[in-house]
Design a protein around this ligand. Structure first.
Ligand code: GRF
Length: 194
């Protein structure tokens, strides 16, 4: 448990159920943290609405196709830096973070992924696990590096694949495990941790 309230900026792209679980845990007093801002690459991300509903600053920073991705990345880093977070949590964020961002937040950015990495990296982890016929998959929280889902693994938890699973049902069950791991990772984050 950190001896300081961990200031967290959460990066989102979609529905924001992972974000919601963190907000709920903070509001319930289960985690000594403060979600100081939520930033999305999608103007219309429902996750931004969730943040606003809880009085959390919610910022859209969309990448316009064809524009310089490195500039977008540096701007994202500036937006995040303004909140002086101890931790950045990528929770359903669908953009790769580039070297500008990682040069500033590389040691303090975590991501959740719906598989037991290094198995099934990428955007279709649940579908790929089903296609591979595994009986157990799961969730991973890792430190983001320049690769795709390749950073140092911090937490994992297993999720059984059921006979009647399809990709959506399996992914929703995995997300329950992801939410628990995300909350645990924030709870146990020690600012200044490399
Ligand atoms: C999670 O499974 C995350 O790992 C993946 O997308 C999902 C996000 O869910 N990248 P939500 O937007 O938090 O509901």
């Amino acid at each position: 448990m950190a001896n300081v309230t961990v200031k967290v900026v959460v990066l989102v792209s979609g529905t924001g159920t992972l974000l919601q679980s963190l907000i709920d845990a903070v509001e319930a007093g289960d985690v000594d943290a403060d979600v100081v801002a939520v930033v999305s690459d999608q103007e219309s991300a429902p996750a931004l609405t969730r943040a606003r509903r809880h009085g959390i600053e919610a910022i859209a920073h969309p990448w316009a196709k064809g524009t310089d991705r490195a500039i977008w990345d540096a701007q994202l880093a500036d937006i995040v830096a303004a909140f002086e977070p101890h931790l950045v949590a990528s929770a359903g964020f669908m953009k790769l973070l580039g070297e500008n961002f990682l040069s500033r937040f590389g040691g303090t950015t975590i991501n959740t992924h719906p598989s037991l990495l290094p198995s099934f990296p990428g955007m279709r982890a649940a579908r790929d696990a089903l296609a591979a016929g595994v009986k157990v998959t799961g969730a991973t929280v890792f430190l983001v590096d320049e690769g795709i889902d390749t950073g140092r693994i911090l937490y994992q938890s297993a999720v059984e694949v059921l006979d009647d699973d399809d990709a959506d049902k399996l992914h929703e069950r995995i997300k329950t495990a992801e939410r628990e791991l995300l909350v645990r990772a924030v709870r146990e984050w020690e600012p200044g941790e490399a």
